[in-house]
Design a protein around this ligand. Structure first.
Ligand SMILES: N[C@@H](CCC(=O)N[C@@H](CS)C(=O)NCC(=O)O)C(=O)O
Length: 218
């Protein structure tokens, strides 16, 4: 039995709650039914111990016994090795899931992250940079749309690729950026309609709500 501990921040301000990337890992763990603990590190400071696990001072990371893994994509690939509920067992299916996992992170998140950061920070001011990023995201969604119109899940059965693709689309949907991409929107609703997503989301929200309480009482 793996010995899994997921580390996230001990607290974050309300706006990013529900979008902190430990959610991807929680979601995968819930889908797989793997037992895990959640640990936390200060939001404010980056200790040497933190940087030893995550060299950029970010979260999440996952330990499996004495193995420590950072980068949400690498963590999900590791979990895919532990459960057939996360990664198709056949070589073709694995290859499909792996390439779509990288596509989510390296082709779609590359556009969705700056786009949603402009919205999130209120810097969506119509500047050339904002217009460029908007066009970049629209192009990615235009190409993703027929793919998702054609299949329920990216690699045949539900996999880590879907957790990542859905999670990189979530911030876009938060700011209504999928309005012209009905297949992407329906796919996201399918993915986030899964009980494992609801549990992961509720657990992340509860984690930060408990941190608010602890701060009030300190
Ligand atoms: N590429 C990393 C990104 C991790 C990341 O952006 N984490 C955010 C929380 S969602 C964070 O730690 N932000 C604080 C910071 O960048 O200092 C991954 O996917 O794991």
């Amino acid at each position: 039995m793996p010995d899994l501990t997921l580390t996230t921040f001990d607290w974050v301000p309300p706006p990013p709650r529900g979008l902190v990337r430990d959610l991807r890992v929680r979601w995968a763990l819930e889908e797989a039914g793997l037992p895990y603990r959640v640990d936390s590190v200060p939001f404010g400071d980056r200790s040497a111990a933190h940087l030893a696990h995550q060299p950029f001072g970010q979260v999440p990371w996952l330990t499996d016994g004495d193995l420590s893994i950072f980068e949400s994509g690498a963590i999900l690939l590791h979990l895919g090795e532990l459960s057939a509920k996360l990664m198709p067992p056949d070589p073709r299916g694995r290859s499909e899931a792996t390439k779509w996992l990288f596509a989510a992170l390296n082709s779609v998140e590359m556009a969705s992250l700056p786009w949603s950061m402009f919205k999130f920070t209120g810097s969506d001011d119509g500047s050339p940079a904002v217009k460029f990023v908007d066009g970049f995201l629209k192009l990615r969604l235009k190409h993703l749309e027929p793919v998702l119109a054609d299949r329920e899940w990216l690699a045949g059965s539900f996999s880590v690729a879907d957790i990542l693709m859905a999670d990189v689309l979530r911030p876009v949907d938060r700011y209504d950026g999928l309005a012209d991409s009905p297949a992407c929107r329906a796919y996201l609703a399918r993915a986030t309609g899964r009980p494992a997503f609801a549990k992961a989301h509720a657990d992340q929200m509860a984690h930060f709500a408990a941190a608010d309480k602890a701060r009030e009482n300190s």
